[in-house]
Design a protein around this ligand. Structure first.
Ligand SMILES: [Zn+2]
Length: 434
């Protein structure tokens, strides 16, 4: 294995920053010092002016394999992740068939073994994500699956969710909920409010999300099992999580980059690129989410990367499937919110999500190295070199994803990954896959 020298960057620790070079040998960080000599034959990554920190971890990636390989595969999604600066992603289980058995979980883990970044798997809570019968959570946990969710929808029946929480607790796994009460959101295609009324589109009310957050917090209080809230989109949802945490409950939450960037007004051209569940909300919600992220009240930015084949996203707003791409631009959006706070930036994109995904420590089953830890001698070398000043224009046909449904097309964004090292191997350098 070739030595790698990351030269000239600023290393971002969890509580401090340090101008230093980083030497990587045999997959681990071998030395950190202000000026290291270049070993013979080493691959040198120029990190001048860049932040050097733990590779990003995405808690919420729809890789679409098995079943919808025309939109994305494990391999293509992993390439998009590498360009985005991610060293690990968690593949969501709403595939076809769903990841609701050890067999399907093993299939995706096997697919991930050859991918450019590490691929962890989330399992479904219920069989077929139908919300009626518990999936074999223990079988999947035995393979190393640590996160369970019916994402796409939440578990609607509180009795089923209570049973799942009770069953999951001794297994040491975390349940994650897509919070939307389907009865209340039924038929809605965008946020319910003035804008939906003006456009004549039916709405999904903020309350549909908030009611489920409230219910789930109470079920966590009852069972003591940890829960992670996926893609929270309203100011009140974040407040509910803040209060639950103040009560000592084991709850965490993420926000998606699109909810940090766009408000509902972008739907006014009826472009289904902006259709997503939960929907884009009000400007007040966007501001509240940004403030919560800066304050550290949000544990993670997670992409909800949702590739769709072009013919589906070209459908009318009412008929198109919800979801948009995120892996390749989430770090730029996060950079925009966090400004010049690299410690908070890496907390949101790497340290926080790695902890929730149970990826902070090395694990033999499933085989993965440690992510989101300190940049320190002896640690696994999963590192990103991020140029926080690089301004570029998004071009939707220049993406690594198989799909093109990015909401950022044509926009100028600032901050992107210059290089990425996964398990000690450079996967990205000068912004290009190696
Ligand atoms: Zn979801």
């Amino acid at each position: 294995m070739t030595d790698v020298l990351i030269a000239g960057g600023t290393v971002i620790h969890h509580d401090a920053t340090e101008r230093a070079d980083v030497l990587i040998r045999d997959g681990r960080v071998a030395d950190i010092a202000p000026s290291l000599a270049r070993p013979a034959g080493a691959h040198v990554i120029d990190a001048d002016g860049c932040w050097v920190g733990p590779g990003f971890v995405d808690l919420h990636t729809h890789l679409r394999e098995p079943g919808r390989e025309e939109a994305e595969t494990v391999a293509s999604g992993a390439r998009a992740a590498a360009v985005g600066g991610y060293s690990a992603v968690v593949a969501m289980p709403n595939t076809e068939p769903a990841i609701d058995s050890a067999m399907v979980a093993q299939f995706v883990l096997d697919r991930g073994r050859d991918a450019l970044v590490e691929v962890a798997v989330a399992g479904a809570i219920t069989v077929g994500r139908q919300g009626t019968h518990l999936a074999p959570i223990a079988d999947m946990a035995a393979l190393g699956v640590r996160l369970f969710t019916d994402d796409g929808t939440g578990v609607q029946d509180p009795l089923i969710l209570r049973r799942a929480l009770t069953y999951a607790r001794p297994l040491g796994v975390t349940l994650a909920e897509h919070c939307e009460d389907e009865a209340l959101a039924a038929g809605g295609v965008m946020n319910e409010g003035h804008v939906s009324s003006r456009l004549g589109l039916s709405g999904r009310p903020a309350l549909a999300e908030e009611l489920m957050v409230m219910r789930d917090i109470e079920l966590v209080r009852l069972t003591g099992c940890p829960m992670h809230f996926l893609h929270l989109s309203t100011a009140r949802s974040i407040d509910l999580v803040r209060k639950a945490r103040a009560d000592g409950l084991p709850v965490t939450c993420e926000v998606a980059p699109h909810h940090l960037f766009f408000d509902e007004s972008v739907c006014e051209h009826y472009d289904a690129l902006f259709k997503v569940h939960p929907p884009l909300r009000t400007r007040g919600d966007v501001d509240a989410l940004q403030a919560a992220l800066r304050q550290g009240d949000v544990d993670a930015v997670a992409t909800d990367h949702a590739p769709h084949a072009p013919e589906l996203k070209d459908l009318p707003f009412d008929d198109a499937p919800p979801g948009m791409l995120g892996l390749e631009h989430a770090a730029s959006i996060t950079r925009g919110v966090m400004g010049d706070d690299p410690i908070g930036f890496f907390r949101a994109l790497s340290r926080g999500p790695a902890a929730i995904a149970h990826l902070r420590a090395r694990d033999e089953r499933p085989r993965h190295t440690a992510h989101g830890g300190d940049v320190a001698v002896g640690e696994d070398a999963n590192l990103v070199v991020f140029d926080a000043a690089d301004t570029y224009r998004v071009e939707r046909h220049g993406l690594q994803s198989r799909a093109h449904n990015t909401p950022y097309d044509g926009l100028e964004l600032t901050g992107r990954a210059r290089a990425l090292v996964v398990r000690g191997i450079p996967r990205l350098d000068q912004g290009q896959l190696t």
